[in-house]
Structure formats: structure tokens, C-alpha cells
Design a protein around this ligand. Sequence first.
Ligand code: FAD
Length: 400
Amino acid sequence: METVLVVGAGQSGFGVATSLRDKGFDGRVLLIGDEPGLPYQRPPLSKGYLAGTAGDAQLRLRPEDFFAEKSIELIPGRVASVDRDGAKVVLEDGSAHGYDHLVLATGAVNRVLPVPGSTLDGVFTLRTKDEADVLRSALESAENVVVVGGGFIGLEFAAHAGRPVTIVEAQDRLMARVATPEVSAYFAALHEGAGHTILVGKGVAALRGEGRVTEVELSDGSLLPADLVLVGVGVEPRTRLAEEAGLAVANGVVVDEHLRTSDPKISAVGDCANFPCVQAGTATRLESVQNAVDQARAAAAVITGEPAPYDSLPWFWTDQLGAKLQIAGILTGAEKTIVTGDREGGKFSVLSFRDGVLAGVESVNRPPDHIAARRLFAADPAPRFETLEANGFDLKATFA
Ligand code: FAD
């Protein structure tokens, strides 16, 4: 293998390039990215970077000299197409680069709100550093801020915006897709305590204004004054290159347990990849740093000839209003929950069970529980309800 070419210089693309070097790969590593500047991490964009407590240095994944030291060729530009027969990619500027193995690490794009007025001035989404910069300066003069979508991005934005905002959520609770009702309720109370208004069970019918947004019209016809609207309604995987190259695509680029696409010379990792998730028991696309980093490492192992089926435990964190939520495992489909710790005091964990087996653990301000949950899953990927019950639902005692 002489040349590995990675499309997308985000968290997972950067991870593939560095993991290849960590594993001793001595061929060429090309990392092509269409965002300006050096590869950076996104989590601070909706946290410290938005609040102004973290700067460029905290975003950057590595300083510039690291790439030269590791002989990782950073190539700015957007890949326009993949020529599988010719084993090369063609950039928008017409230049071409050959590969022996190709990795698609193209991430995702923010979903646009499918209502009139979604492109008015004053309507923002948050995924890139450029978007965070524009949003940060717009916040300085905004008076009425409305967040559409009560998921992680919308809530982190609300938590770090430095002013009361109104959060509009179509589901009947916050973070409904990813957290249990117990955790949703805790974070709703936290946001209300900080002065935010939460409107659940409300869709957005339109964004109104002449050129600039001035109002949000809700599905019940009511109007909210707004001069800044942050839309956080999820993402779509960036799959165009894969689709046009004839690779299998279904809610992401379809990969096998070795993160190989339907063409064994091409892998896909991170937010853009739909992989057979052991913990979910089905094909899944995850959007997290853990998933990006671990899949990058696993894809590099495949390329360097040490393939092992990808089975890393999914985990995630979010920071809001001084509270830290950490999630280990996959909660989807869980039918039974047990709360441990001090819910009123804001230090508790929720254990979720699916078919009598521990599926996931959410820890609110209880990092030791999160670590214990990850260790428990490492020791036993399917801990049974009865085993935990016998240990008083003490995670640490269960794996010790
Ligand atoms: P990305 O990081 O999106 O990288 C993909 C890159 O590929 C982008 O730079 C894109 O521009 C580039 N690209 C795409 N197509 C092309 C092309 N044709 N040619 C060249 N380049 C291309 N996760 C957590 O676990 N915890 C958090 O607290 C957390 N906070 C977050 C906060 C924000 C604001 C956001 C947006 C995400 C957050 N995440 C968090 C999620 C996490 O950042 C993502 O899951 C992770 O970045 C995914 O990495 P990736 O490499 O797959 O995609």
C-alpha cells in the first residue's frame, strides 16, 4: 500500500491520518479538506468558543508543524468526484490525486428547516468555525433569540449564549431522541432556572420578516419576536461523493464491520458512515467524537493489515449550565429505567434496560458512574438486570 487518501479533514479524517502514522504506516497520507485552516474539533463551538472562554488554540486538533513532522500532506480543496476505475479523486479546481486506499470522512451538514423564511438574514445554524464566528458576533446585538430544536446543539447554544432565549421543540420533551425522560426533565428545569423559556410540542410554521427575520410563527399560529434564530434540527450525512461513485448509501455511506464500503478499496468513518452497531443491534449512524476517533483508529488498522470487527462502546457528553451529562451505550428501544444517586441534588445516573440487559447509562454530574459504566460494558457487554439489582444497581460493585 503506497498512498492512503482521506477526504474530509475533520475529527475522523484527522484521526485516520494520525492513526496510520501511529501504526507505522510509511506510505503517503493525503488529507484533503474543504474548510479553511488547520483541522479542528467542533465540541467547543457550542460551548467555550461560543461563550468566548476558548479561542482558536483550543479548537485546533494539532499545531501546524505536527503535520510536517508526521508527513501528513494537508491539501486544501473540495473533492468533486471519485473515479473508482482510475483510483483517483478529482477536486473542484480540476486537480487529481491517486489512491491505493480511499477513506471517506466527509461528516454531515446541518438540516435546513423546511419552512418559508428559513434563509432570511438572522437565521443561523452551527456546525463550522465560520458559522460560530458569525453567530458569536450576531449575538452581541441580538435582543430576541429563538432556538429551534431542543437537542444537544440547541441546548448547548442556549446554555452558552449568555442571555435568556426561547427554545422551541416539536417533540414533547427536550433531547427526546437521545435521553430518557428523567434526564430531559432535569435539563428542562435547569434551563428554565436560567431564565430560558421552553415551548415543547410546538412546530415552526414559518420564519417571518422582510429580508431579516423578525418573528417565528409556530404551528399553533402564535408569533414569537425574533432577531436571531438558531436552527438545531439535526444533520444529514454528506454522501454525494459516495452516491455518485456508485457505492451503497442508506442514511449514510453503508459500511461493514470493518468500515469498508461496498468497494473494499474505500472505507467510510465518522458522521457520514452507517455501520453495523453491535450495541444497537442494527445499522446505525452516530454523531460523536468517540465514534469519529474510534472508527478512524479501526479503519487505519484495516488499512495496515490488522483488521478487527468494529465494536467500540458508543459514548457521548454534553455540558450545559454547569451540568455535565455523559452517556455510555445506546438507549434506543430501552423499556425500563432505574435512577440511582441524588436526583434532587443534581447528581444521579439513569440505567436503561432493553430486553432485561443494560443498554445505556446516563450520568448527570457523576463522572465516576460514567467511567464505571464504561468499565462494566468492557468487562461484560450485556450485563443483566438481575445482576445489577443484586448489587443495588451499583455499577462499580457489579464489575469489581
Ligand atoms: P466533521 O468533523 O464534520 O468533518 C468532516 C469534514 O469533511 C468537514 O470539514 C467537511 O467540510 C469536510 N468535507 C466534506 N465533504 C468534503 C469534500 N467533498 N471535499 C473535502 N472536504 C470535505 N460530539 C461529542 O461527542 N460531544 C460533544 O460535546 C459534541 N459537541 C458538538 C458541538 C457542535 C457544535 C457540533 C457541530 C458537533 C458536536 N459533536 C460533539 C459532534 C462531533 O463534533 C462530530 O460527531 C464529529 O465532528 C464528526 O467527525 P467527522 O470527521 O465525521 O465529521
